[in-house]
Design a protein around this ligand. Structure first.
Ligand SMILES: Cc1cc2nc3c(=O)[nH]c(=O)nc-3n(C[C@H](O)[C@H](O)[C@H](O)COP(=O)(O)O)c2cc1C
Length: 482
């Protein structure tokens, strides 16, 4: 951890350069998955891509070391509990296989302890679903990891959206969308009670002379009984540094946003255009305020593919070279899974805006009327496959350090986001390029820190100097046992 020696570098802790007005410091997060193909189906076969090694622990520990040396805030690992089988389906699993379209996929929690052992400040945002696992078991795992990482774990709360996941987990079909969020609400209440209310801060004394590890009377049951869960407690883990892990979420529907604006400390957004995302940002800020959350919370970060090199030409050439490895069938497998619409039913050049299919319209309507960066090209199945092939449904910043920094600055200024969630085509190569080319430009502009101000996730993402525990405006704080 640095002594915030930004001053030595002419940048103050608040991002101010040479005494000028303080600049907002951006959150820069790496976005990953425990699969050979995340949001770039087919790219696993690129000779510089290491994602096919995702079953090796060294792949994860090397990634953690690279990201921490580059001062990324954290690495966020997405997760799915089934296969994308909507395309040319339902039930077709074969199209996902050649390009490794988020399949195969393994448990993202498993490598975290090893990654923590080779780092000191990098945070780990790990996805887990509130739909399929009892809350007590999940609370125990995240608390254990909060201990082992020394306060560097975050939980990306999802309610899951794949039919195939439901069928893997004792159901014939998914629980309806909004009911999944009702369950998630009670789930959060249970886990927050376990983390915050079961143990007093001074319960563990480890007094060897008196032979007392934990003081009787300072641990209690939670006795939760609700519609979906019955959990007696006491919580079996002793308190960890953050107690509750930092909470991440990405709800986009009305039910999802209501949930996220109550509980999330950091929210992931998507959208191709700054003005549509600005609408989401304003909406989220208003809902969060209504839910009693303080200004500036939750932190809002937008997904953004970044391909950067010395010059615009070199970066563009790199993107084109990546595209030559893309599996467009795999790209459509993912698009079909995200929208719930089988793209296999359309011809390549059909104009998707006129199909009237609700799933496609809701996804495509939040994009531009035309394909970004083209001269008025319409969204057809082929264009969807190409645009999503490298980076998925995220905007792209491709170019020299200056070009990319200008694009990111536009997003911060126009959309009002707090930072970026950055996937890769090539892992870890794209992250190494970002560290090498982009960070110096961002630091020159005073918008990216020189070093971590603290060691825990909550402290690093909030950067407000208020310690590792839940902030007072968070509903989980009501459960704290004072
Ligand atoms: C950046 C990002 C990452 C996400 N990661 C996952 C994930 O790993 N697993 C998952 O089931 N859903 C994931 N989602 C989906 C969201 O949890 C959420 O379901 C989606 O944004 C739609 O919102 P809604 O649930 O309110 O309809 C992700 C969404 C975004 C924007």
């Amino acid at each position: 951890m640095a002594d915030l020696s930004n001053e030595k570098n002419g940048v103050e802790a608040n991002g101010s350069t040479n005494g000028s007005a303080p600049k907002k410091q951006w959150i820069m997060n790496a976005f990953s998955m425990s699969s050979p193909g995340h949001v770039a189906a087919g790219l696993w076969s690129h000779p510089k891509n290491r994602t096919a090694e995702y079953t090796d622990i060294e792949y994860w520990t090397d990634l953690a070391k690279i990201l921490e040396a580059g001062k990324f805030h954290g690495v966020f690992i997405a997760d799915m509990l089934g296969v994308y089988d909507v395309y040319k389906g339902p039930g077709n699993i074969d199209s996902a296989l050649p390009g490794a379209a988020q399949f195969p996929i393994s448990d993202p929690l498993m490598p975290i302890a090893a990654m923590a052992a080779v780092t000191k400040h990098l945070s780990f945002g790990v996805t887990a679903s509130t739909t399929y696992e009892p809350p007590f078991l999940l609370a125990r795992k995240y608390s254990t990891l909060d201990h082992l990482t020394k306060g560097r774990i975050a939980w990306n709360v999802v309610t899951s959206y794949l039919e195939s996941a439901a069928r893997n987990l004792n159901l014939d079909t998914q629980i309806p969308h909004d009911e999944r969020y009702v369950i998630a609400e009670e789930y959060l209440q249970v886990t927050l009670k376990l983390w915050e209310s079961s143990w007093k801060d001074d319960a563990v004394v480890k007094d060897a002379k008196k032979g007392v590890f934990t003081v009787p009377g300072r641990v209690r049951r939670v006795d939760h009984e609700g519609k979906y869960f019955k959990v007696a407690g006491p919580f079996t883990n002793e308190p960890s540094i953050q107690r509750s892990p930092s909470i991440f979420q990405a709800g986009a529907s009305p039910a999802g946003k209501a949930f996220a604006t109550k509980y999330a400390e950091c929210m992931f957004l998507t959208g191709f255009e700054t003005h549509t995302v600005r609408g989401q940002v304003d909406d989220i800020r208003a809902l969060a305020a209504k839910n009693g959350r303080g200004p500036g919370t939750p932190k809002l970060i937008i997904g953004m593919l970044i391909i950067v090199d010395e010059t615009d030409e070199k970066a563009r050439a790199k993107y084109e070279e990546y595209m030559s490895y893309a599996d467009l069938e795999g790209s459509l497998v993912l698009a079909a899974g995200w929208t719930g619409t089988d793209f296999g039913q359309f011809s390549d050049d059909e104009d998707l805006r006129f199909t009237g299919t609700p799933g496609i319209q809701s996804m495509v309507n939040c994009w531009s009327a035309t394909v970004p960066g083209t001269d008025g090209a319409r969204w057809t199945k082929k264009r969807v496959a190409e645009e999503l092939a490298v980076g998925g449904p995220l905007p792209k910043a491709i170019g020299s350090p200056k070009t990319v920094a200008d694009i990111l600055q536009t997003w911060v200024d126009e959309a009002g986001v707090d930072g970026f969630n950055i996937p890769y085509a090539i892992n870890p190569g794209d992250f190494e390029d970002i560290i090498k080319w982009l960070w110096p430009e961002l630091r020159k502009r005073g918008v990216f820190w020189e070093d971590y101000p603290a060691a825990t996730t909550r402290e690093n993402y909030y950067a407000d100097g208020k310690g590792p525990r839940l902030r007072d405006d968070h509903p989980g704080s009501a459960f704290k046992w004072h």
